[in-house]
Design a protein around this ligand. Structure first.
Ligand code: PLP
Length: 389
């Protein structure tokens, strides 16, 4: 098989698995237990927290472990909204956020908050002026992602952070697609809250985290015991936390060299597909992008059919976000960039990772060319058969 959907998830690194295994097999104590067996687990959690804090350049108590990126996003957005309700009810985000943020904002609108969805340009990036225009005295939170999961487009988060600081507004960034990669976020970005998720950087699924800058107002979503500085009650998933920290440490060792390699592969793919297939467009190509992602729109073909056609050849790509699979609606990200619903539906995403080789790219270009040509043939037959009315 050739797997080209690393933005959806990545395989677990075997070294990460080795680091996790003892906490599932032998050292399965509860970190909150008072005896030494529990303490072994507590030591592992706190060691993991120190290691993640080192990678993010922050203090260990500023790292809160969660069950996934979605939970980290929910904790950030709902947590600030609840904590600052007395100060205002306005939230600023963009039209291209992941559903973990977008649907959380929509749910908050139902609770009486006001949300502004800043538009993006046709290249997929927001302009800082448009963010600023949407701020008002009752704005309590700006939440804008670091890099988009569908297009790879990078948002100007350092500028947004500076603006938020100047206006004394809390700033959250969803860095699920950059953490553990070349653009791995650090607290130097200036954001007050940063979400990340282990399964995007060869760690386990069901492990995420949130950087919470000291002093940031935040209410918990889960109430119960005093875990995670009272911000996330529940017995810690020790093995998953150990796995997350190991994966992040390993990823940061190789991020620099790997990103150059992925960019070369991505560029090779885009150059070859553009010359092999007519009427194809690369979305977000003129904006800064993470090196592993390519979003392509093929004229007169359905993206879902391309994905299924490639699947038959053992090649795995997606139409967009994995969380939207099964949803027939066209991608909200591509629509926000000005694509028509038909164009958005003719789009696929490929996202590269560490097991992809140059020969895989060439195989995929050939398979994609064949698939699109065949589908265009069928669709033109169907079009001629449809009687005009
Ligand atoms: N945010 C972004 C940008 C993502 O790409 C994803 C997952 O695809 C998430 C949040 C959700 O992360 P998780 O799958 O860990 O819940």
């Amino acid at each position: 098989m050739i797997y080209l959907d690393y933005n959806a998830t990545t395989p677990l690194d075997s070294r990460v698995f080795e680091a996790m295994a003892p906490y599932m097999k032998e050292r399965w104590g509860n970190p909150s237990s008072p005896y030494s067996f529990g303490n072994e687990a507590r030591i592992a959690v706190e060691k993991a927290r120190r290691s993640v804090a080192r990678q993010l350049g922050c203090k260990p108590p500023e790292v809160i472990f969660t069950s996934c990126g979605t939970e980290a996003d929910n904790l950030a957005v709902r947590g600030v909204a609840n904590a600052l309700r007395h100060r205002g009810n306005h939230i600023v985000t963009t039209a291209v956020e992941h559903h973990a943020v977008l649907n959380t904002c929509r749910a908050l609108e139902n609770q009486g908050y006001r949300v502004s969805y800043v538009p993006v340009e046709s290249d997929g990036a927001v302009r800082i002026g448009n963010v600023e225009k949407n701020l008002s005295p009752d704005t309590i939170l700006i939440t804008i992602m670091h890099a988009n999961n569908e297009t790879g487009v990078i948002q100007p988060v350092e500028e947004i952070a500076a603006l938020a600081r100047k206006r004394k507004i809390v700033f959250h960034t969803d860095a699920v697609q950059t953490a553990g990669k070349s653009l791995s976020p650090s607290c130097e970005l200036g954001a007050d809250l940063i979400s990340f998720s282990a399964h995007k950087f060869y760690g386990p699924k069901g492990a995420g985290g949130l950087f919470v800058r000291q002093g940031t107002p935040l209410d918990p979503l889960l109430t119960g015991g005093p875990h995670e500085r009272n911000l996330r009650a529940g017995t810690e998933n020790v093995a998953a936390i150990v796995g997350l920290s190991e994966a992040l440490a390993l990823a940061s060792e190789s991020a620099g060299s790997e990103s150059g390699r992925l960019q070369k592969l991505r560029d090779r793919f885009e150059t070859r597909i553009k010359s092999a297939v007519p009427r194809v467009k690369i979305n977000g190509a003129s904006a800064p992008r993470v090196p592993n992602t390519s979003s392509l729109t093929f004229d007169s073909v359905d993206g879902e059919s391309i994905v299924l056609g490639l699947d038959l050849r053992g090649i795995y790509v997606s139409t967009g976000s994995a969380c939207s699979t099964g949803d027939p609606a066209p991608s909200h990200v591509l629509l926000a960039m000005g694509l028509s619903p038909k164009e958005a539906q003719g789009s696929i995403r490929i996202s590269l990772g560490k097991h992809v080789r140059e020969e895989d790219i060439d195989t995929v270009v050939q398979a994609l060319t064949d698939t699109v040509t065949r589908l265009r043939g069928i669709s033109s037959i169907e079009t001629t058969r449809v009687p005009s009315s």
